[in-house]
Design a protein around this ligand. Structure first.
Ligand SMILES: NC(=O)c1ccc[n+]([C@@H]2O[C@H](COP(=O)([O-])OP(=O)(O)OC[C@H]3O[C@@H](n4cnc5c(N)ncnc54)[C@H](OP(=O)(O)O)[C@@H]3O)[C@@H](O)[C@H]2O)c1
Length: 376
């Protein structure tokens, strides 16, 4: 039931943030004629569809009624602890209490001090509450939200396309295209669900990407961010030529000695410049992320860069999730570019480890999704 709730909740990706994605299933435990517990029967499904809209529990309760079913005495399975506060909508716990559900099974405690306390409120109304980690997908659904509440930083997804032998560009910097068209459609869909898309100046100079979501209708318009410490971004770059109020660009560059750090409007409409101090020609990338969260309310950032910036992100341990597309190609050239560089590893125990959370065939490619383990 929680796996199903997680699948429902994920449907809100790109529409509900900065709220959490949440799914809810209401089911009634059947009792066999001999009194034994039978298969639970689903009587209501719901998810948080859009920011400011009804929460998953309220949607699931409405679904019960629409099916002519009473939720009284039934079990609600929810991916995140039902909220106990009045935000854009009234508290979900009150809706569950009023509906008379008998039991609530929850995958993750709400880390938001404003909304927490839902479980206690349900219990004091005589409802049985159980927290469980049985469904990994239900627990993981709230990872981006939990991270943002705990650290103030956005959820950071790194994406790259590589050959079977782990190279993302030839020795001359050619990389278009290692993955197939279907993979690229998925990437465009992902671009249309994040708040910012970040790349390095190396990629802009080599590929001149637009970094926009061009397949289907994007759910949100990402701020395009170019990390360019030495101010090498050409005015003719596609990111700048396509900049507008609707498709803004943030040019992040090093602050000169007599320049103040901070963001200011750039020369063209839709372009702003963020100047940050450099140390050994590099900048503090965590500071960039925290600026994106505070100044641009970014809850999610997609990094689509070459090994230079990617190495910096991994060195500062800023990557939460990776989408790795493997195209059916081998270069066999040790001068070809790897996805990440600049980290020394002598022994396996030193390697950064991630969890594989999904692997699927996409046309002739394989897409693997990895995540770092999050504390509960
Ligand atoms: N297959 C794929 O999925 C894929 C995706 C993207 C790119 N690529 C390929 O990657 C290649 C480009 O690689 P790249 O490493 O040159 O590009 P990059 O990672 O996009 O950009 C590297 C540049 O970013 C800046 N940078 C990196 N770390 C930084 C930090 N901590 N602070 C501040 N600035 C930092 C540096 O600029 P300065 O040198 O000016 O200091 C560095 O040269 C191209 O061939 C492209 O085709 C492949």
């Amino acid at each position: 039931m929680l796996d199903l709730a997680a699948r429902l909740g994920a449907m809100g990706a790109g529409r509900v943030e900065p709220n959490p994605m949440v799914g809810c299933v209401i089911a009634r435990e059947a009792v066999e004629s001999d009194g034994a517990a039978g298969e639970p029967r689903i009587i209501g499904l719901g998810h948080h569809r859009v920011f400011g809209g009804p929460h998953a529990e309220v949607e699931a309760l409405a679904d019960c009624r629409a099916r002519g079913q009473s939720p009284r005495g039934a079990t609600a399975y929810v991916t995140l602890e039902p909220c106990a506060h009045t935000g854009k909508t009234p508290p979900c716990c009150d809706a569950l209490i009023e509906a008379g559900v008998g039991r609530v099974v929850i995958a993750r405690r709400d880390p938001n001090p404003l909304a927490a306390g839902g479980a206690a409120r349900l219990e004091s109304a005589g409802i049985r509450v159980e927290f469980t980690a049985v469904s990994r997908s239900a627990t993981r659904l709230s990872d981006p939200f939990v991270k943002r509440i705990r650290t103030g930083l956005p959820w950071v997804i790194a994406k790259w396309a590589q050959t079977i032998d782990g190279r993302i560009a030839t020795r001359t910097g050619e990389s278009q295209w290692i993955s197939g068209e279907r993979s690229r459609v998925l990437v465009h869909r992902l671009r249309g669900r994040v708040d910012a898309i970040m790349t390095g100046i190396g990629t802009v100079l080599a590929d001149d990407p637009e970094l926009t979501a061009r397949h289907g209708v994007p759910r949100r318009r990402a701020l395009r961010v170019v990390i360019d410490p030495q101010n090498r971004l050409p005015r003719t770059a596609k990111v700048l030529r396509t900049a507008s109020q609707e498709l803004p660009v943030l040019h992040v560059r090093g602050a000169g000695r007599d320049e103040q750090a901070g963001e200011s409007p750039g020369a063209a409409p839709g372009v702003s410049v963020l100047r940050l101090p450099l140390r050994n020609e590099l900048m503090d990338l965590e500071r960039v992320l925290s600026h994106l969260a505070t100044a641009h309310r970014a809850g999610s950032v997609l990094v689509e860069s070459g090994p230079g910036l990617m190495g910096g992100m991994f060195r500062q341990d800023l990557i939460d999730e990776m989408h790795v597309y493997v195209g059916p190609m081998i270069f066999g050239d040790d001068q070809a570019l790897p996805p990440v560089r600049g980290i020394e590893v002598e022994q396996l125990v030193e390697a950064r480890r991630y969890r594989l959370i999904d692997a699927r065939r996409v046309g002739d490619d394989v897409r693997s999704v990895y995540r770092r383990a999050m504390p509960d």
